[in-house]
Design a protein. Structure first.
Length: 66
Protein backbone atom coordinates (compact mmCIF):
# COMPACT_ATOMS: atom_id res chain seq x y z
CA UNK A 1 0.00 0.00 0.00
CA UNK A 2 2.86 2.37 0.82
CA UNK A 3 4.47 1.79 -2.57
CA UNK A 4 1.16 2.49 -4.31
CA UNK A 5 0.78 5.78 -2.44
CA UNK A 6 4.36 6.74 -3.30
CA UNK A 7 3.74 6.00 -6.98
CA UNK A 8 0.52 8.03 -6.93
CA UNK A 9 2.30 10.97 -5.32
CA UNK A 10 5.13 10.84 -7.83
CA UNK A 11 2.69 10.71 -10.74
CA UNK A 12 0.78 13.70 -9.38
CA UNK A 13 3.96 15.73 -8.94
CA UNK A 14 5.22 14.93 -12.41
CA UNK A 15 1.89 15.73 -14.04
CA UNK A 16 1.96 19.26 -12.63
CA UNK A 17 5.41 20.17 -14.01
CA UNK A 18 6.73 21.69 -17.24
CA UNK A 19 10.10 21.31 -19.02
CA UNK A 20 12.81 22.31 -16.54
CA UNK A 21 10.52 21.69 -13.62
CA UNK A 22 9.90 18.21 -15.01
CA UNK A 23 13.55 17.30 -14.87
CA UNK A 24 13.91 18.66 -11.35
CA UNK A 25 10.75 16.94 -10.15
CA UNK A 26 11.76 13.70 -11.89
CA UNK A 27 15.17 13.79 -10.26
CA UNK A 28 13.67 14.50 -6.84
CA UNK A 29 11.03 11.79 -7.18
CA UNK A 30 13.58 9.29 -8.45
CA UNK A 31 16.00 10.11 -5.67
CA UNK A 32 13.28 9.73 -3.06
CA UNK A 33 12.09 6.42 -4.42
CA UNK A 34 15.64 5.15 -4.84
CA UNK A 35 16.53 6.15 -1.29
CA UNK A 36 13.56 4.23 0.07
CA UNK A 37 14.43 1.10 -1.87
CA UNK A 38 18.25 0.99 -1.95
CA UNK A 39 19.53 3.74 0.34
CA UNK A 40 22.17 6.27 -0.75
CA UNK A 41 23.22 4.41 -3.89
CA UNK A 42 19.58 4.09 -4.93
CA UNK A 43 19.08 7.81 -4.35
CA UNK A 44 21.87 8.68 -6.78
CA UNK A 45 20.74 6.18 -9.39
CA UNK A 46 17.07 7.12 -8.99
CA UNK A 47 17.87 10.81 -9.28
CA UNK A 48 19.79 10.29 -12.51
CA UNK A 49 17.11 8.08 -14.02
CA UNK A 50 14.35 10.43 -12.89
CA UNK A 51 16.03 13.44 -14.47
CA UNK A 52 16.36 11.63 -17.78
CA UNK A 53 12.95 9.93 -17.80
CA UNK A 54 10.94 12.74 -16.18
CA UNK A 55 9.76 14.46 -19.40
CA UNK A 56 8.70 11.14 -20.95
CA UNK A 57 6.70 10.10 -17.90
CA UNK A 58 5.08 13.52 -17.62
CA UNK A 59 4.04 13.42 -21.27
CA UNK A 60 2.45 10.02 -20.78
CA UNK A 61 0.61 11.10 -17.62
CA UNK A 62 -0.66 14.28 -19.32
CA UNK A 63 -2.03 12.32 -22.25
CA UNK A 64 -3.86 9.93 -19.94
CA UNK A 65 -5.46 12.80 -18.02
CA UNK A 66 -6.87 14.36 -21.22
Amino acid sequence: MTKFMLAAGIAACLAACTNTETRIAGAAAGAGAGAIVLGPIGAVAGGAIGAVAGPTVTGSVSKVQE
